[in-house]
Design a protein around this ligand. Structure first.
Ligand SMILES: [Zn+2]
Length: 86
């Protein structure tokens, strides 16, 4: 765990108050790209669907997003964004 790179905001790289969000590919679908946003970026960008505090996001929830068709992001890349990199 010591060398783990923590998740940061996908837009501004802040580390505080992060949520997993799905940034919609298109306003007519509920499918989007999985990113991590801080409070300010969530406030300034509105074209996202899912918004879950990162502290409560588990592997099971992460998988469920794909099961529900909420994202077609590359799963490995999205996992690094959400859970950080080793
Ligand atoms: Zn941000």
């Amino acid at each position: 765990m010591s060398n783990r790179i923590k998740p940061t905001c996908s837009s501004c790289e802040l580390e505080d108050d992060l949520h997993l969000v799905t940034l919609l590919y298109d306003s007519s679908v509920s499918c989007g790209r999985i990113l991590v946003y801080c409070f300010d970026c969530r406030t300034s960008k509105r074209n996202f669907d899912v918004s879950i505090p990162l502290e409560i996001v588990t592997e099971a929830i992460f998988e469920k997003l794909f099961d529900l068709g909420k994202s077609s992001s590359d799963k490995g890349a999205a996992h690094s964004i959400v859970f950080g990199r080793k």
